[in-house]
Structure formats: structure tokens, C-alpha cells
Design a protein around this ligand. Structure first.
Ligand code: SF4
Ligand code: FE
Length: 480
């Protein structure tokens, strides 16, 4: 692995000359900019953990292509055990960051493209899979961070890509050349985009023949000419620039860190193109990527919820409410919900199966159900956390008040908890809860890896409704 440690990773970001905008201005070096540092630290944790003996089994794997030790975040799942280790790894990383560490998106894209490029070649006699294997080897060797680029801006949702008033609202092939293609368009909500090295572009939805130019899979380094990124705002993101305590999770939060990635006539050589016009494979590729990403959510959000539960326990102890039966009941309920979402991720992994390409794939119905539970249970965990923490969550003074020579002594006196608990420690824990259960974190749980409706659609498709009707008819004695 070329990029091995967290420091290697941060240096590698400095070595890439990327075009990233924040709040209307170009950021020359994201590694020293307060808006980006926590997100970079979170992703860096995936590199660091791979170097620690206690996490080696989860955070590294053996490449099935080269036999070399690689980061698990670049591994193609070779067994059900690999699928389960993925979920365990995500929960473990979330304990360390209390936040999204972004690298799973590209990991899922690598696996989805691996399976699908194999199947395209089987049908069309193309050589996408071999190209992809060569690409994958370079990613596994270099350990570069890949962002999975699926979601297009989509413009008017009533219209197919080719029907849009502006043809660039879905990423497309603008020109085909002997040596490669020129692409134009954008990918939205790209988690970890600013601090990734490459993007693996995939189609955003099922495509018809008229949308051939939009049925595109290719890999693009994020310092390529014509790639522009615009970083999104998040709830309370100004806190990254204020006092450290006010930020809540100053080293790793807020969640994800998303960019709009724009491709302004970007050249991609053929050896980095893994699908180009095979429209009939766009739907299955989307489904594969979505399933692989939805598999994750009980792992990463399970880990995040563990930290929220821990913080709520501490807050209750600091406030002297930990023995109240209703508080114990709420904490137990939060743990129940946490283990419920985790169980879903483990279940869809345990029921995974081998695809024609040899890569393993989680059970899609169970993976969708897992993510669907996240859209509900994380809100409920946050609601209970707010209940246990108390109204002080919304009224605490600034860190600067605590430090003030004039009024610090009053903040210290009136915000102190049970005897021996300082106001500072109490505020720290409450700010962490605020950070982890606030606006952007919840919206990410709702819409990350697809909005709830996209999961409901899968119940109709995969839920064996015919069988369910048959069982009911048989028991009720209904004759056709
Ligand atoms: Fe990974 Fe979870 Fe972040 Fe998605 S939300 S990238 S699964 S940590
Ligand atoms: Fe996400």
C-alpha cells in the first residue's frame, strides 16, 4: 500500500492540485482549512486503523488479485465472512470517529462495478472487466480513496436524461474519440468528494436506449482538468471555526462532507472506461451499488448510535438522573434500536451470495430493509437522546463564555452537574450529543444511500408478493 498511514493520506491530498470551492472561494489547501479538517480526519482514521494490530483483521484483507495485504476499503468481497467483516469494520470505525468516514461509498462502487463489468463482457464480448481489474489493482496498490459517483442532479424528475432542457443534468459522454471520451455533467451529494483522490462515475438510474450517452461508468482523478468541486453547507458548520467545545465533535464531525462535483469537458482515456452505452446494465448496476451501500447503514450508524448512547449515559450521570427509571428505560430503548439496525446489516451479509463474477453480494431485500430502518430508528434514537439530555441541549452558552474572565465563574457555577462534575465536561458531552443528533446527521440518515421511497420500491420487486398471496389463499381455502 503506497498510502499507508493517516499522515501519508493527508500528504497525498496536498500532492493533488484539486479545484475545491468553499463559501464562494477557492481553497488552495483543504488539509489546513477548518471546514475540511474533521472530514479529512475521519477518512484518515480508515488508514490509521489498518496499521493498528487490534484492527488488522477487520481493516485489512488479502487481495484476491495479487495476494498482497490491502486496505479492506479496496477489497472485493470473496465470501459471506467478508461481507460480515465489512459491517463489523464500519461499526468499529464509527466508534472512533462518531461520524461518517466516507470511504465506504467508493468501496461499494468498486464492488458493484466489478460484478457488473463482468456481466457486460459476458453478454457483449467487451473487455471492460479486464480494464477494471487493471484499474482495481492500481487502487489496491496505491490505496487511493475513491468516491462512488452515482447521484446526478436530475433536473426535471418527470423527464428522462435525454429529454432534459439542459442535457448536462445527467453526466454524459459529450464526445467519443479514438483515445477516450470527453464527459460533461455533475454528480451531487458526493460524500467525501473533496478529500478523495478519484471518482468512480456510475449511471444514476435505469436507462433506456435513447439515454445511451448517459449509461456511463468511468474513473476520473479529482485533479483532472475540468473537475470542479463545490462544498455543501451543513447545520452548525460555522462551529468548526469557533471554539472547539462548541463544535461538539471537533476532530471528526460533522457527518460526511459533501460536494457537488462538476465535469466541464473532462477527458477520460479508454482504459478508465468500464461501461459506455450498455443501457440494459444501468439498472442492475444502480441496484447493486444501492444494495451494497444500504448494507452498511446498521454498521456505521450502529457505531454512531453506540457513541450517542454512551454520551447520554454520561450526561445522565453528570446530571444525577441516571437512576431514574424513565431514563434507564429510554437508554435501553436506544440500545434496542441500535442492535436492531446492526442485526439488519449482519443479516443481509449472512444471507449474501456469490455473483457470476465471483464477488459476494448481500441479500438485497434485507439490505434495503436495513437502510429503511435507519430512516426511522436514527430519528427515534435522536429523539430519545434529546429527551434524556434535557432542554439544556438548546440553551448552553458559548465556550468563550466559559473562558471569559468576567462571566466564566458563573457558567462554571451554574452549569456544573453533580458534585465533582465540572461545567466544562458536562458541556462537552452535551455538545457531542447536539452534534451527533442534529440536522445534517438526521437528513443524512434519511436520504444517504437513497431516500426511503427507493427502499419501498424494492419490497414490491423483491418481496415475493405472489408467494405471500398464495400462502394466504391456501390457509383461507380461497379457490381461484
Ligand atoms: Fe460509510 Fe456510513 Fe458514511 Fe455511508 S454514511 S459513507 S456507509 S460511514
Ligand atoms: Fe451516506
Amino acid at each position: 500500500m503506497k498510502i499507508k498511514t493517516a499522515d501519508d493520506y493527508i500528504q497525498s491530498l496536498r500532492d493533488q492540485d484539486r479545484l475545491v470551492y468553499y463559501n464562494g472561494e477557492r481553497v488552495e489547501d483543504i488539509t489546513v482549512h477548518p471546514a475540511f479538517i474533521p472530514h479529512i480526519n475521519s477518512a484518515a482514521k480508515t488508514y490509521e486503523m489498518a496499521t493498528l494490530p487490534e484492527f488488522e483483521d477487520l481493516a485489512t484483507a488479502v487481495s484476491h488479485l495479487t495476494g498482497e495485504k490491502i486496505s479492506r476499503f479496496t477489497h472485493i468481497h470473496q465470501s459471506v465472512e467478508d461481507l460480515i467483516k465489512k459491517v463489523q469494520l464500519l461499526r468499529a470505525v464509527a466508534h472512533e470517529t462518531g461520524s461518517c468516514f466516507q470511504r465506504c461509498v467508493g468501496w461499494d462502487a468498486l464492488n458493484a462495478v466489478y460484478m457488473t463489468s463482468y456481466e457486460i463482457d459476458e453478454k457483449h464480448g467487451t473487455n471492460y472487466h479486464q480494464r477494471f481489474l487493471d484499474y482495481l489493482k492500481t487502487i489496491q496498490w496505491s490505496n487511493r480513496m475513491v468516491v462512488g459517483g452515482m447521484t446526478d442532479p436530475k433536473g426535471d424528475r418527470n423527464k428522462a436524461p435525454h429529454q432534459q432542457a439542459d442535457p448536462d443534468l445527467f453526466t454524459r459522454v459529450a464526445e467519443r474519440r479514438d483515445d477516450g471520451i470527453v464527459i460533461r455533467g455533475a454528480k451531487a451529494h458526493q460524500t467525501g468528494g473533496a478529500n478523495s483522490h478519484e471518482i468512480l462515475i456510475m449511471p444514476t438510474q435505469f436507462m433506456r436506449e435513447a439515454d445511451r450517452d448517459y449509461s456511463l461508468v468511468c474513473a476520473v482523478p479529482l485533479d483532472s482538468p475540468g473537475v470542479i468541486q463545490v462544498f455543501g453547507r451543513q447545520t452548525n458548520d460555522g462551529r468548526k471555526f469557533d471554539g472547539r467545545i462548541d463544535a461538539g465533535n471537533p476532530d471528526y464531525g460533522l457527518v460526511g462532507g459533501e460536494t457537488l462535483i462538476i465535469f466541464e469537458d473532462v477527458f477520460v482515456p479508454w482504459d478508465r472506461v468500464f461501461m459506455c452505452g450498455e443501457t440494459e446494465f444501468s439498472g442492475i448496476l444502480v441496484e447493486r451499488f444501492a444494495t451494497l451501500h444500504r448494507q452498511n447503514y446498521g454498521g456505521c450508524k450502529g457505531g454512531v448510535s453506540d457513541v450517542i448512547v454512551g454520551a447520554c449515559f454520561l450526561a445522565a450521570e453528570m446530571q444525577g438522573t441516571e437512576k431514574a427509571s424513565h431514563v434507564k428505560e429510554k437508554l435501553a430503548e436506544m440500545m434496542h434500536l441500535t442492535e436492531t439496525v446492526y442485526s439488519g446489516s449482519i443479516a443481509c451479509s449472512a444471507m449474501g451470495s456469490k455473483t457470476d463474477s465471483g464477488a459476494y453480494y448481500p441479500d438485497p431485500l434485507l439490505a434495503n430493509c436495513t437502510k429503511h430502518n435507519i430512516t426511522r430508528h436514527i430519528y427515534e434514537i435522536a429523539r430519545l437522546a434529546h429527551d434524556v439530555a434535557g432542554g439544556i441541549l438548546a440553551t448552553m452558552p458559548f465556550e468563550s463564555d466559559l473562558r471569559s474572565p468576567q462571566i466564566g465563574k458563573y457558567v462554571e457555577k451554574y452549569l456544573a452537574g453533580v458534585e465533582g462534575v465540572s461545567a466544562e465536561n458536562r458541556i462537552r458531552i452535551l455538545r457531542l450529543i447536539e452534534n451527533m443528533t442534529g440536522g445534517t446527521a438526521l437528513v443524512e440518515s434519511m436520504h444517504g444511500a437513497g431516500s426511503p421511497q427507493t427502499q419501498k420500491v424494492m419490497y414490491g420487486r423483491l418481496g415475493k408478493l405472489d408467494m405471500k398471496k398464495k400462502w394466504a389463499k391456501k390457509l383461507a381455502g380461497v379457490q381461484d
